[in-house]
Ligand binder design. Structure first.
Ligand SMILES: [Fe+2]
Length: 187
C-alpha cells in the first residue's frame, strides 16, 4: 500500500504567488538598492522603505553551499522607475561560478539582462510562459518594463550561492524608460 501525499507548496499560476506553510519571503527596498541605480538624486527623493522586489522561496532542508540540492523561488518585481531607469533586481553571478539556472516568466512583461563579464551582454524578453536558461559564468538581472508586477520563477542549485558584485559593476548596460518603450544604454 502506497501512501498518497499532496505537495506542500502550490504555485498559483495566475498570480505567481506560492501557497503553502513552509515559505519564506525576502524583500529588497529602495534603500537596499542605493548603489545600483544611476540617478542618485531621484533615488534619494524616494521612500527608502519602498519595496522594489520580493522573493518567496519554498523552505526545504537544503542549505546554501551544499552540493546536490535545488532551491525553488519566485521573484516579484514591482512596476516603477528610479528617475528613468526601470525597477530591477540587484543581479548577481553565482559564487560557484560555473553553475547555471532556469528562470520562467509567470506574470508581467520584463527583460532578463545577461552579461558574460567579458564585455558581451544580451537581453531576453520575459513574458508568461517564457523559459529562460541562464548559463554559468553569467551575471543575470531582471528588469520590469511593464505596467504590472513581473513574476518570474527560478530553480538553482544549492551550491550556487550569490555574488552581487559591486552593484552596477557586474553589468555593462542599463534599461531606461522612453515614452511607452525602453532604450538600452551603456552603464
Ligand atoms: Fe542566480
Amino acid at each position: 500500500m502506497i501512501e498518497i501525499q499532496s505537495s506542500d507548496t502550490i504555485l498559483d499560476l495566475k498570480s505567481g504567488r506560492l501557497i503553502g506553510s513552509h515559505l519564506k519571503r525576502t524583500t529588497t527596498t529602495i534603500g537596499d538598492l542605493r548603489n545600483y541605480f544611476k540617478d542618485r538624486t531621484a533615488l534619494n527623493r524616494m521612500d527608502p522603505d519602498q519595496a522594489v522586489y520580493w522573493v518567496e522561496m519554498e523552505e526545504n532542508k537544503q542549505k546554501e553551499g551544499e552540493e546536490g540540492g535545488l532551491f525553488f523561488g519566485i521573484s516579484h518585481l514591482c512596476c516603477g522607475t528610479v528617475g528613468d531607469e526601470f525597477f530591477m533586481t540587484k543581479g548577481h553571478v553565482h559564487n560557484k561560478f560555473d553553475t547555471a539556472e532556469y528562470y520562467w516568466g509567470i506574470k508581467g512583461t520584463g527583460l532578463l539582462l545577461l552579461d558574460n563579464l567579458k564585455g558581451s551582454s544580451r537581453l531576453i524578453e520575459v513574458k508568461p510562459g517564457a523559459v529562460l536558461y541562464i548559463p554559468g559564468r553569467t551575471a543575470h538581472r531582471l528588469i520590469n518594463i511593464g505596467n504590472e508586477e513581473l513574476a518570474v520563477g527560478a530553480v538553482w542549485q544549492t551550491i550556487s550561492g550569490h555574488n552581487y558584485g559591486r552593484g552596477a559593476q557586474l553589468f555593462h548596460n542599463r534599461v531606461t524608460k522612453v515614452g511607452n518603450s525602453y532604450q538600452v544604454t551603456e552603464a
